[in-house]
Design a protein around this ligand. Structure first.
Ligand code: PMP
Length: 466
């Protein structure tokens, strides 16, 4: 049966849908943080279907609510009202600070960011948009212009602030940081909340011992951002997009205070600031419900997807009534499925579970524990260059050795990834060379499961070094 599946895949499915592993997994069932293949083998899911299964696979409460709603009403289209939508809008808006109170319900992260882009332009009456290098904001033609990492790097090779070929009005600001030396993305990592020598201190969110480096890198990146602003056509911009922590780029954090200064520069030029919370939202970062809160910034538009529906396709854009009105004035938005009764019922159940089961607190506690555990491995293995992140969003960057800081060759990263999977641990991958393992388990994960993951990873590395 397995070979038949592979054959069907080859013949009838998009060649872009490549399998994540050399020997692809055929998944059959899921329960909370565990996945089961068709042979009954179990895997600890430390990637959550790309950071999407927020409260656990087939969470019993979410399933019960979904089943009950399915018996009653699935779909009405967005031209009709139903109480699930209004209940959901009330619940979600209560989790956002003033004046972010108006919600647009859509179906995917790309669609949410497309809409945010239209909003920024409708409101500012400008066209130019800026995103960071290393950003990922989606794969629609519009958002591909914003995305700029790995194979999604569709830009002209002309240095700072160059145009995106997909979207000529989009400009790219400074790089996000990475540990690898011959990566085009360098040095920012020194300034983020990375466990360095004084690990305990760093884990509390401070960067005390690195403050000097941090200031230098921040200044350098601010100057680069100003250059980018100056290359924009009209020297005034429509908007700026940022992930509070870059996900696809391999869990990349900014220097402390950097995003805040960037927001100020954008606003000086008349642009609106958009926080892409597709990966960082819904409590995953532990200390706060939203990633932008960890950066001490206040966006004008927030986009969210993935974890919002625990795997059910739904997404949202939240903004101020003023910005929402500018869109209504030109009637620039419609979709059929957004905010269906089923999606909203599921969305409400997810929010209730996060609260009732203290999942944000769990992200904080287990995430901090996990960061420390993996940071210990970094001290043990020369091929782990960096361990960083916040809450249940952790990146492990693999290098040839700490001295050269060159990325570990893809073949070796692939092998480690595959061997971990064969021992029951599923991780994600990211970064410019696909050299960073991304660890983002469902928010119900426990410390003993983290111990299991660390042990698997450690034994695979020992085997790899032999
Ligand atoms: N923004 C971010 C930060 C993402 O990580 C992703 C997906 N990886 C998207 C937007 C796009 O979401 P979707 O795949 O649902 O279109």
């Amino acid at each position: 049966a397995y070979s038949h599946i592979l054959e069907i895949h080859k013949q009838h499915l998009s060649p872009v849908r490549t399998a994540y592993f050399q020997k692809p997994l055929l998944l059959h069932q899921g329960h909370m943080e565990w996945l089961f293949d068709s042979d009954g083998n179990r895997y600890l899911d430390f990637f959550s279907g790309i950071v999407t299964v927020s409260v656990g696979h087939c969470h019993p409460k979410v399933n019960a609510v979904a089943q009950e709603q399915m018996e009653r009403l699935w779909h009405t289209s967005s031209i009709f009202f139903h109480p699930q939508m209004h209940e959901y809008a009330e619940k979600l808006s209560a989790l956002l600070p003033e004046p972010l109170k108006v919600i647009f319900l859509v179906n995917s992260g790309s669609e949410a960011n497309d809409l945010a882009m239209v909003m920024a332009r409708a409101y500012s009456k400008k066209t130019d948009i800026i995103s960071f290098r290393g950003a990922y904001h989606g794969c629609s033609p519009y958002t591909l212009g914003l995305s700029n990492v790995g194979s999604f790097k569709m830009e002209l090779p002309s240095g700072m602030g160059c145009h995106s070929t997909m979207c000529p009005d989009v400009f790219r600001g400074p790089w996000g940081g990475s540990y690898c030396r011959d990566s085009p993305v360098q040095t920012i990592r020194k300034c983020s909340c990375v466990p360095g020598r004084d690990r305990e201190e760093d884990l509390s969110g401070g960067v005390r011992n690195l403050e000097k480096d941090c200031c230098q890198a921040k200044e350098q990146y601010i100057e680069q951002f100003k250059d980018t602003l100056n290359t924009c056509v009209a020297k005034s911009i429509a908007g700026f997009f940022a992930e509070p922590i870059q996900g696809v780029n391999g869990v990349v954090q900014y220097p402390k205070g950097f995003l805040k200064e960037v927001f100020e520069l954008v606003r000086e030029r008349g642009g609106v600031c958009i926080a892409d919370e597709v990966q960082t939202g819904f409590g995953r970062l532990g200390s706060h419900f939203w990633g932008f809160q960890t950066q001490d910034v206040m966006p004008d538009i927030v986009t969210m997807a993935k974890g919002i529906g625990n795997g059910f396709p739904m997404a949202a854009v939240v903004t101020t009534s003023e910005i929402a009105k500018s869109l209504a004035n030109c009637l620039l938005h419609f979709n059929t499925f957004g905010g269906s009764p089923l999606a909203c019922a599921i969305g409400s159940a997810v929010l209730e579970v996060i609260k009732e089961e203290n999942m944000q607190e769990n992200s904080q506690e287990v995430g901090t524990y996990m960061l420390l555990k993996f940071a210990n491995l970094r001290d043990e293995f020369d091929i782990i260059g960096d361990v960083r992140g916040k809450g249940l969003m952790v990146g492990i960057e693999m290098v040839q050795d700490k001295r050269s800081r060159r990325p570990l060759p893809l073949k070796e990263v692939n092998q480690i990834h595959e061997d971990c999977k064969d021992m029951g641990l599923i991780m994600g991958r990211g970064g410019p060379f696909s050299q960073t393992f991304r660890i983002m388990p469902p928010m119900c994960v426990t410390k003993p499961e983290v111990d299991f993951a660390v042990e698997v990873f450690r034994s695979v590395l020992i085997q790899h070094m032999e």
